[in-house]
Write a protein that binds this ligand. Structure first.
Ligand SMILES: Nc1ncnc2c1ncn2[C@@H]1O[C@H](COP(=O)(O)OP(=O)(O)OP(=O)(O)O)[C@@H](O)[C@H]1O
Ligand SMILES: [Mg+2]
Length: 502
């Protein structure tokens, strides 16, 4: 077989202070295939990708492109060989426009001068190819996470790509955007491009993959065809079988804890009313863009609203007042956990302790022993892969950072906890543990609101499901009547009424 169009990593390894992130890993990518990388949070997937992208140098082994050994001194060297990478942490410049980000560092020039018209035109052409109606002049910092991810993908496509490497590209996309991404991937592989793809969703492996490599604790533990039974893949990843995904629970529903009346934010939310009671887990379903994140941000006081009220345990919370919301016992685990939930420079223990600071304080001093004890408990239960409690959050893998943000709020035992897409980017083993922690919180008489685009998760977790579309509440389904079909039917109901101009 010719080595033309092949990317190979042979015996590569990487040690960070205190962590052997990768050990003697072999990986290869053939032209026209999709090679999926699977592994738990912290298994070493992103580290492997960063070697292919020239971001990290491996301590051992070698990398070959087209059969020749290469040495990357930086990402530019990898890009020159046609390796385009979409990293897990988004790398866009928030102050620049969509078009400027797509052509960052290599804008089209005419007579040595930036050619703005060409920049916008070329960017538009790429977005059209992706079937996106995104405004090329929009400022990236003002876009939602899904749109920002799509700009990242457009940027990778604008390069002359022979190898496309994607680290959890679908984690923030809705189903229709995933469909579009996959059809683009198929177009590229038909042209001979090789694709590396990371996802925690096993359904996507069979759908888009050809081969799967599984990493566990920095070592490659197996390689299989993509059609392999998901249970076997999980076993390879976790080293054991994972039990029932949704732990059953006896809901003991008590007094009303949360009341939302006529909540309206012009152009975003329209007259939303519902209540939630002690012991209840209420799911919020709907398509991306339905207004779910806007709703929970408004409830928590992160965004202002124009009319309506939010009442927690009988106390009315003034609009846009996070301090008041928190004092009333409300907590929000945001969708964009990297940006909003974590202090990157602080340690694992400090981050985990942030929501319980006052609780862990005795006579004005933080009880560090107690803080560490609780942090250790969260690390154990959520399977957070850390070198130690003092490791800076910045150096954790993407999924482990998310576990910290979730763990911090679960520790705080808020009376009303709102989770926006709680298991996105979280590995299968830890998912079950998060579900169990949500149940414990509800069992203790608290209320949990869960926004999730994962329908089985939404249905498996919730006692009751509210469905939003187009900024409105379209319906409410009780446990037994909530099925995937019914949720979907309500989620697309705005279209059939033809009032999409909100
Ligand atoms: N700069 C760093 N300093 C120290 N340790 C690091 C650094 N970057 C990564 N690590 C560690 O290396 C290990 C592998 O991390 P990596 O990001 O490759 O995991 P991953 O498989 O991509 O996980 P996830 O699914 O959570 O994204 C983790 O234990 C992580 O904490
Ligand atoms: Mg990663």
């Amino acid at each position: 077989m010719t080595d033309e169009g092949r990317l190979e990593l042979i015996g590569v390894g990487k040690t960070y202070p205190g962590v052997r992130a990768l050990d003697e890993v072999d990986f290869d990518l053939r032209p026209g295939e999709v090679h999926v990388l699977l592994g738990e949070n912290g298994a070493g997937k992103s580290t492997l990708i960063k070697m292919m992208a020239g971001v990290h140098r491996s301590d051992t082994g070698e990398i070959r492109v087209d059969g020749r050994v290469v040495r990357f001194n930086g990402p530019e060297d990898a890009e020159k060989l046609g390796i385009a990478t979409i990293h897990q942490e988004m790398a866009l410049v928030p102050q620049l426009t969509v078009a400027e980000n797509i052509y960052l560092g290599r804008p089209p020039r005419r007579f040595g001068v930036l050619d703005r018209a060409a920049l916008r035109r070329d960017a538009r052409a790429i977005l059209d190819r992706m079937g996106l109606s995104l405004d090329v002049d929009a400022v990236v910092g003002e876009l939602g996470v899904a749109q920002r991810q799509l700009v990242e993908i457009a940027k990778a496509l604008s390069l002359n790509t022979r190898f496309l490497i994607m680290d959890e590209p679908t984690a923030v996309l809705s189903r229709s955007e995933v469909d579009r991404l996959f059809s683009l991937v198929r177009e590229l592989t038909a042209q001979g491009v090789g694709v590396v793809f990371i996802s925690h969703l096993l359904g996507e492996v069979a759908e888009i993959g050809d081969r799967v490599s599984v990493l566990r604790d920095g070592a490659k533990v197996g390689e299989r065809p993509a059609g392999t039974d998901p249970d076997e893949l999980v076993r390879l990843m976790v080293g054991r079988t994972v039990d029932a995904q949704y732990p059953p629970r006896e809901a003991e529903i008590g007094e009303e804890r949360l009341r939302v009346r006529g909540l309206t934010a012009r152009g975003l939310l329209e007259d939303i009313s519902f209540t939630a009671r002690a012991g209840e887990v209420v799911g919020i379903g709907g398509l991306v863009g339905a207004g779910r994140t806007e709703l929970v941000r408004a409830l928590f006081g992160a965004d202002r609203y124009d009319a309506g009220e939010v009442v927690v345990d009988g106390r009315r919370i003034p609009p846009g007042d996070i301090a008041a919301a928190r004092a009333a016992g409300l907590a929000l685990v945001p969708e964009d956990r990297g940006g909003q939930g974590l202090v990157l420079g602080a340690s694992v223990a400090e981050n985990l302790g942030m929501a319980t600071l006052s609780d862990n304080t005795r006579g004005g001093l933080v009880d560090l022993g107690r803080q560490r004890e609780r942090a250790a408990e969260s690390v154990r239960r959520l399977g957070i892969r850390v070198a130690g409690l003092d490791q800076p959050a910045l150096t954790l893998s993407g999924g482990n950072q998310q576990k910290i943000v979730i763990g911090k709020w679960l520790q705080a035992q808020p009376s009303v906890l709102i989770l926006d897409e709680p298991t996105r980017g979280i590995d299968v083993g830890a998912r079950a543990e998060i579900y169990e922690l949500i149940n414990e919180l509800a069992r203790a008489g608290n209320t949990v609101l869960v926004v999730s685009s994962d329908l089985p998760e939404l249905l498996g977790l919730s006692d009751r499901v509210l469905v939003m579309a187009d900024g409105r509440l379209r319906g409410e389904l009780d446990g037994a009547e909530a099925t995937q079909e019914r949720v979907l039917a309500l989620a697309v109901s705005a279209d059939s009424e033809g009032n999409d101009d909100a």
